[in-house]
Design a protein around this ligand. Sequence first.
Ligand code: GRF
Length: 210
Amino acid sequence: MLRIAVFVSGRGSNLKAIFDSIPDYMKNVKIQFVVSNKIACGALDFAEKNNIATFSISENKETESANNKLINYSKLKDEFEKSKIDLIVLAGFLKKIPDFFVQFYENRIINIHPALLPAFGGKGMYGMNVHKAVFKASAQVSGPTVHFVNTVYDTGKIIAQKAVDISDVNSPEEIAERVLKIEHQILPMVIKKISENKLIFKNNRVYLID
Ligand code: GRF
């Protein structure tokens, strides 16, 4: 069983896509935790409605809350070790994860970015900022990238990408819509491959095998 923790900040459509892929599309995956930098957001609501344990990250070490909802990264790491978390999935998570946490989970944190990295990535490139930059550049294709997370924004090894034709779009919102649809396919696909041990490293690249 691949035990995953999903990190969210927004409405949670990627979380829902992962959740809806279990068990028909991917059998041996369990969403153990949903974690957010927010106290409340659509994705946390979705998790709670579906009985998935949730945490809200609080950087303030002294902060605790009655319902044990707030947690800091060092305590979260302890929780993850106790629950034997295998993979962390950033699905619209808008904060930078501390280096100690990323280094501890080296090659076990993946992120979905709404553009074809290494283009249109880096600090400040999230959500509509990405699609506005893609539109402004008059890019003719865009698409989601799933990549490993390292300590520098959006520079971890790329795992999967899919190009989407945007030559006929009239707004960044149209790009966002087309890319999001593919995000909901590519992220579960990568998680499934990892759960089946079908992600390999070779020639300093990542391969997803059949
Ligand atoms: C998606 O566009 C994703 O590419 C980006 O943040 C957005 C998350 O949306 N990282 P949702 O919260 O999963 O709906």
